[in-house]
Design a protein around this ligand. Structure first.
Ligand code: GDP
Length: 331
């Protein structure tokens, strides 16, 4: 998916009505803002191109549109905006009346689909922290049903929408972003396979490949993800980066808190071990294993080195046939 401007970076578009939470999502996921601080964010009233590509593995741009964008305004270049985008995230405020949001969703999705049939449409049913479990499920069912009906009515029942329940007050927003990003990574099956092999050979329970800056996981092994394990691994990254920033950076040297010798081993008092290693400039492997199975650190260290080499080969292969949608992953 290459935009007409010739830049090969895949884009994720973040759209939705004013005050639905777009800026907050962007700040919390990519700029480490704490959720409470978003209360003071000024509302967006222009298209913001947030380029996070230099610090993150996830090579995309977020276009934050104002909620009341007028689709018939000819000053917007839709061909470029939708043509060069890999996924379109539409944010719906679940704490508000969502009828207007659903109308806008329909308008946006059909407009985008006409221009680019390869776009993935992702709907974030957002701010669900304020809702009880029953109400959450009910809202999701209702929004899903109405959105699908609207698409059928407008003659576009071939368009597929994916739905995610999200909130910036817990890890659900990171989890949802992980799923969105993973769909845009062509070598996901290869990465999953490598993680499976690593787990089997090192008695690891669960492993994630993380984009360190955003804490989005770009791949995991094929066992199911439970939120607690994911949160544990996110917390570990925070601990490692915070400690490295304080003690790991040499003065007068332009070194970063995360580099090729970054690694950490944490033993929890419930018999769990967390293991973190740097994979490349942007990525870290974080694994969870049982202390009983942790017979030798040497074995896991050795297996990790094989794993890292294989990962590098997977990405080199991609850089060679650089026609894939996600460009320039490793420098
Ligand atoms: P935008 O206009 O779409 O960019 O919306 P903002 O990001 O400015 O968010 C509008 C308001 O919603 C802010 O006061 C945020 O604090 C709040 N908000 C954003 N995300 C969440 C969420 O997940 N839960 C709750 N309860 N409030 C949120």
């Amino acid at each position: 998916i290459i935009s007409s401007s010739g830049d090969q970076k895949p884009r994720i578009l973040l759209m939705g009505l004013r005050r639905s939470g777009k800026s907050s999502i962007q700040k919390v996921v990519f700029h480490k803002m704490s959720p409470n601080e978003t209360l003071f964010l000024g509302s967006t009233n222009k298209i913001v191109k947030d380029d996070i590509n230099n610090s993150s593995f996830v090579q995309f741009q977020i276009w934050d549109f104002p909620g009341q964008i007028d689709f018939f305004d000819s000053s917007f270049d839709y061909d470029t905006i939708f043509g060069g985008c890999g996924a379109l995230i539409f944010v719906i405020d679940a704490q508000d009346d969502y009828i207007e949001a659903l109308n806008k969703l329909n308008l946006t999705v059909t407009k985008a689909y006409k221009i680019n049939q390869n776009i993935r449409f992702e709907v974030f049913i957002h701010k669900v922290d304020g809702l009880g479990d029953d109400f959450k499920m009910e809202s999701q069912r209702d929004i899903h049903q109405r959105a699908a009906d609207d698409l059928t009515d407008s003659g576009y029942d071939q368009i597929h929408l994916s739905f995610h329940l999200t909130s910036i007050y817990d890890h659900s927003i990171f989890e949802a972003f992980s799923k969105v990003v993973q769909k845009l990574i062509p070598q996901l099956p290869a990465l999953e396979n490598l993680l499976n092999i690593l787990n089997t050979n090192s008695a690891i329970e669960k492993s994630f490949l993380f984009d360190v800056v955003s804490k989005i996981y770009i791949a995991t092994d094929s066992t199911p993800v439970d939120m607690q394990s994911y949160e544990l691994c996110c917390d570990m990254i925070d601990v490692v980066i915070d400690l490295s920033s304080i003690y790991g950076i040499k003065e007068e040297q332009d070194s970063a808190a995360f580099d090729e010798i970054s690694s950490s081993l944490i033993k929890l008092n419930n018999g769990t071990i967390l293991y973190l290693r740097e994979v490349n400039k942007f990525l870290a492997l974080v694994c969870i294993l049982r202390e009983d199975n942790f017979v030798s650190k040497g074995i896991i260290d050795y297996n990790f080195l094989c794993f890292r080499k294989a990962i590098q080969q997977v990405f080199e292969l991609r850089n060679k046939n650089n026609s894939s949608p996600v460009a320039n992953v490793i420098e």
